[in-house]
Design a protein around this ligand. Structure first.
Ligand code: FAD
Ligand code: MG
Ligand code: MG
Ligand code: MG
Ligand code: MG
Length: 455
């Protein structure tokens, strides 16, 4: 505790008095990092800038703590509390880290250059340029999987970025207020208050859980005339939700959802998405129409356009359409001096922050070794090894589930104690003292005053 407070004070001081940093050194190699998410930030936190010039390119000038994003869709936590400006993160480095808020649109491994485009509504005189690199680290994450289904991008909400959470929150309140509109038809009220979530992975489950809490704790209080009309449905194509958890925890989740009146439709495939309804093929192979007010789409990842472009360029070595193929040292197959980590890669691990973080740390240690080898030292670079720390998910009404392999084989726990553990794990994994402070503040605020029901 004393250490944490001490560090907090140090951090506050630093925010007000940024450290003096060395400038770029033309004699050093330049590492360009693409992205400001889990992979990129864990790499940036541990790369030694005495050895390299480091430059970051990302369309977002902040890091986003994704595990708490579902909480932001209902206002349990405010978005800004889980965002951390990238400059706050890189100010701790010995050498200045250059940041360009822009999107990388092309990678040319032959000339070792990238194309970048300013992401801005108010562009300056230069909005496109080419940057050379010595080493490139791709940590661009992934796109939302839509299976090429028409209507998903147009009518559904994703849950990956800040703007997605904002859109969900606004649309949810819009549905509620419209349902309460004078003389609204009863079937329209039912439709507007039907919240449908597609995808039974952790994101879909946690979103449904947060939504349930919001309905119970707040909406039913403020909209008593609508209280018995709210409905949540979770649609999943597989036979059960949360396939990465043990069968016992899956059952626990499904029975908790049942108690909480969240309807779970497994073995159900979405076939069509329209503005007011989806058509699904149910477990008995019948085509059924499900009217909705809010549709949240969380069916996993697919490669981003930039990754697809690079994979097409390197098609001899890039043989999987599912992501950038890397070797055990995180080197991109077919592109010397290009590395890739996190969700943009095709790997044997699940696309999680846990994996991206470990890969980022690992890659920073590889770069450390490369610098020592260059100085003539004898260093051996070992392949990346993933160490699974466990899986956690929030399932609503103050309950969470955890699969923890480090406690004697495979311990599965669920319940309120797990929830307390869940919160403390997130708090202690939050990147900065500032974020911790803000998140705890938000939790207390929503406990004391309830969640904000304004649009
Ligand atoms: P990201 O963190 O997505 O970062 C990608 C970065 O690249 C972003 O900054 C983006 O702006 C940038 N970028 C995109 N395109 C370009 C481009 N063309 N040029 C440059 N930069 C670009 N994982 C867990 O382990 N535990 C959890 O509890 C958990 N909960 C989650 C909850 C939600 C709602 C979501 C969406 C994900 C969750 N995850 C969780 C998964 C985790 O967030 C991802 O696995 C992780 O973000 C992957 O890290 P990454 O660095 O590969 O990608
Ligand atoms: Mg990243
Ligand atoms: Mg992220
Ligand atoms: Mg910009
Ligand atoms: Mg109005």
């Amino acid at each position: 505790t004393v250490g944490a407070i001490g560090y907090g004070v140090y951090e506050i001081y630093n925010k007000r008095h940024p450290l003096e940093q060395k400038p770029f050194d033309p004699k050093k190699r330049t590492v360009v990092v693409l992205g400001s998410g889990w992979g990129a930030v864990s790499f940036l936190k541990s790369i030694n800038t005495d050895d390299y010039n480091v430059m970051v390119v990302s369309p977002r000038n902040y890091f986003l703590f994704t595990p708490l994003l579902p909480s932001c869709t209902v206002g349990t936590i405010e978005l800004r509390s889980i965002m951390e400006p990238i400059r706050f993160i890189t100010q701790h480095k010995s050498r200045n880290v250059k940041f360009y808020e822009s999107e990388c649109t092309d990678i040319d491994p032959e000339s070792k250059t990238i194309r970048i485009t300013d992401v801005s509504d108010i562009k300056g005189s230069v909005s496109n340029t080419t940057i050379p690199y010595d080493y490139l680290v791709m940590a661009i994450g992934a796109d939302n999987q839509t299976f090429g289904m028409a209507g998903v991008r147009e009518f559904a909400c994703f849950l990956k970025e800040v703007w997605d959470a904002q859109k969900i929150r606004t649309r949810l309140m819009d549905c509620v207020e419209s349902a309460g509109f004078a003389k609204q038809a009863p079937e329209e009220v039912n439709r507007l208050l039907h919240m449908v979530v597609v995808g039974g992975g952790p994101t879909g489950v946690e979103y449904a859980a947060e939504l349930h809490d919001f309905l119970k704790d707040d909406l039913e209080v403020w909209y008593p005339e609508l209280a018995d009309k709210f409905r949540i449905t979770l649609v999943e194509a597989l036979p059960n939700v949360l396939p990465m958890f043990s069968s016992q925890l899956i059952q626990y989740t499904e029975s908790t959802f049942k108690q909480n009146k969240i309807e779970v439709l497994t073995k159900t495939m979405v076939k069509e998405v329209a503005d007011k309804e989806i058509k699904v093929m149910d477990a008995n192979k019948n085509l059924v129409s499900i009217p909705y007010g809010l549709l949240v789409w969380a069916t996993g990842n697919c490669p981003r356009p930039l990754a697809r472009k690079l994979m097409a360029r390197l098609k001899e070595s890039q043989t999987s359409p599912r992501g950038v193929l890397v070797d055990d040292y995180m080197r991109v197959a077919g592109a010397p001096d290009v590395y890739a980590i996190g969700d943009c890669t095709f790997s044997k691990y699940a696309p999680t922050a846990q994996v991206a973080t470990q890969q980022g740390l690992y890659l920073a240690s590889v770069f450390e070794s490369l610098a020592r080898i260059e100085e003539g030292q004898n260093k051996k670079i070992t392949p990346f090894e993933y160490s699974h720390q466990g899986s956690l998910a929030y399932i609503g009404s103050d309950k969470a589930i955890a699969d923890l392999p480090f406690l004697n084989g495979n311990v599965s726990v669920g319940g309120v104690a797990t929830y307390v553990f869940w919160r403390s794990v997130y708090i202690s994994n939050m990147f900065s003292f500032r974020n911790r402070f803000l998140v705890v503040g938000d939790w207390m605020k929503s406990k004391v005053f309830g969640r904000d029901v304004s649009r």
